[in-house]
Design a binder for this molecule. Structure first.
Ligand code: SAH
Length: 358
C-alpha cells in the first residue's frame, strides 16, 4: 500500500502544491490548511465546508491525522499526559501543563531515545525512531483540542517545550520544519519565541542553531560539573565533552538577540551530583567559559527502576545559593504531573492502572 501523505507535515505553500496536483485551486488549499491548523479538525468528514468529492479525493491520497490516542492521564495538579501510538505502533507521549498565566505543551521529538542518560526512564526504551514533522505538529493539536475543545481558542498563551521523549537535536530537520508549520499565522500561530528546545548536548546542532534567525529558545542539560561524572550520567559527553559543549554554548550565547533566553538544566540527584562542592565546580566551570546564563535546577523525578532519589529541599537551596553567590541566577523547577508519570524523565509509555486515567 502506498502510504498516504500526512497533511500536517506540509507547510502552507507545500499544501498549495499538493492540492494543486490534485487539480484544485489554491483557495481550497487555504481552506484545508485552516481546517487542519486553525479549526484543528482531525478527520476529513468534519471538514464540511469542502465538497464531498474533494474530501473523498483527499482521503484516497492523504490523511489529516496519524496519531492514535491510547490513554489520557489527569494529574491532581491539572497536568495531562497523552499516550499515543504512531501509524507503525510506536509510543508517543505529550504533556499539557496548565499554569496561571500561560499553558505549556511538552512534546516529544522521538519515540524512545538513543542517549543513555542514566537518570532518565525514556533511555530504557532505546531509540524506536525519530518523529516526523507531522507527528510533532499533531501532538500540539491533540493537546490543545483536549484542553480547550476542538478548534477552541486557547484561554491562555501557549508555550511549547521540546522536553518530552527523545533528543530534539537528533530530529533536527523534523523539529525545525514542525516549528515553522506551528508558527504559521493562518494556523496554530505559536511563534518560535514561545518555544524552548532542550538538548543533552549535540554540539554541531547547537552551532547550527546559532546561525538560524527564526529559532526557538535553547536549553542545555548539564547534569554534572565534570567530564568524569558527566561521562557516566550522560554518555553523550564522551562524544562531546564539556569543553566542546560549553564552547558551542558560548558561540550560541554570542548570537543571542534581545529577548532570547538560554538556560542550563541540572537534574539534582541525591548524594550523586548535589553537594556544595558540585555547586562550586559547576559555577566555576560556567564562569571559566564566561557563561552567565540562568541555571534551572530540576530535583530528580522518581523513575523506578532507576537507582536515584531527589535531593532534599535544603540541599537544593544550598546548591542554588552557591550558584547565586558566584553570579549565576538559579531557579528550582517545580515538578508537575509526577503522579501520572508526566514529569521530566518519566516518559516511558507507562500504562499502569491509574485512577486518574480518563
Ligand atoms: N533529550 C533532551 C530533552 C529531554 S529531557 C535533553 O536531554 O535535554 C528534559 C530534561 O529532563 C533534561 O534536562 C533532563 O536532564 C531532565 N531529566 C531527565 N530525566 C529526569 C528525571 N528523572 N528527573 C528530573 N529531570 C530529568
Amino acid at each position: 500500500m502506498i502510504q498516504r501523505q500526512h497533511l500536517l507535515a506540509l507547510t502552507g505553500p507545500e499544501l498549495v502544491s499538493f492540492i494543486g496536483e490534485l487539480g484544485e485551486p489554491a483557495f481550497r488549499a487555504r481552506q484545508v490548511f485552516a481546517a487542519l491548523h486553525h479549526r484543528r479538525l482531525r478527520s476529513f468528514e468534519e471538514m464540511t465546508d469542502l465538497p464531498k468529492e474533494l474530501r473523498a479525493k483527499l482521503d484516497s491520497v492523504a490523511t489529516p491525522s496519524t496519531l492514535n490516542i491510547e490513554s489520557r492521564y489527569l494529574s491532581a495538579d491539572g497536568t495531562r499526559r497523552y499516550l499515543m501510538k504512531t501509524h507503525d505502533g510506536l509510543p508517543v507521549e505529550t504533556v499539557f501543563i496548565p499554569e496561571e498565566r500561560r499553558d505549556t505543551i511538552c512534546f516529544s521529538s522521538q519515540s524512545g531515545c538513543p542517549l543513555q542518560c542514566s537518570f532518565c526512564l525514556t533511555a530504557q526504551l532505546g531509540l524506536l525512531r525519530s518523529l516526523t514533522p507531522g507527528e510533532i505538529v499533531e501532538q500540539v493539536i491533540v493537546a490543545l483540542n483536549d484542553a480547550y475543545g476542538v478548534g477552541q481558542k486557547p484561554q491562555h498563551g501557549t508555550n511549547l517545550v521540546g522536553m518530552g521523549a527523545g533528543e530534539p537535536f537528533l530530529a533536527f530537520e523534523s523539529l525545525m520544519k514542525a516549528l515553522s508549520i506551528i508558527a504559521d499565522p493562518n494556523g496554530l500561530h505559536i511563534l518560535p519565541n514561545r518555544v524552548t528546545v532542550s538538548t543533552a548536548g549535540i554540539v554541531p546542532r547547537i552551532r547550527e542553531l546559532a546561525t538560524v534567525s527564526e529559532r526557538p529558545h535553547l536549553a542545555v542539560s548539564l547534569g554534572a560539573p565534570t567530564d568524569e561524572q558527566r561521562n557516566v550520567l550522560m554518555p553523550i559527553n564522551r562524544k562531546w565533552p564539556l569543553a566542546e559543549l560549553l564552547g558551542a554554548c558560548k558561540e550560541f550565547e554570542r548570537s543571542l538577540k534581545r529577548g532570547e533566553r538560554f538556560t542550563f538544566e541540572y537534574v539534582m540527584l541525591r548524594d550523586v551530583n548535589d553537594s556544595d562542592e558540585h555547586a562550586r565546580q559547576l559555577a566555576n566551570l560556567l564562569n571559566r567559559h564566561e557563561l552567565r546564563v540562568k541555571v534551572n535546577l530540576i530535583p530528580h523525578n522518581a523513575a523506578e527502576p532507576l537507582p536515584y532519589h531527589p535531593s532534599s529541599r535544603r540541599r537544593v537551596e544550598s546548591f542554588k545559593s552557591i550558584l547565586e553567590a558566584k553570579g549565576l541566577p538559579a531557579f528550582v523547577r517545580r515538578p508537575r504531573g509526577q503522579d501520572i508519570f508526566a514529569a521530566c524523565g518519566q516518559l516511558a509509555a507507562r500504562r499502569e492502572a491509574n485512577p486518574a486515567q480518563v
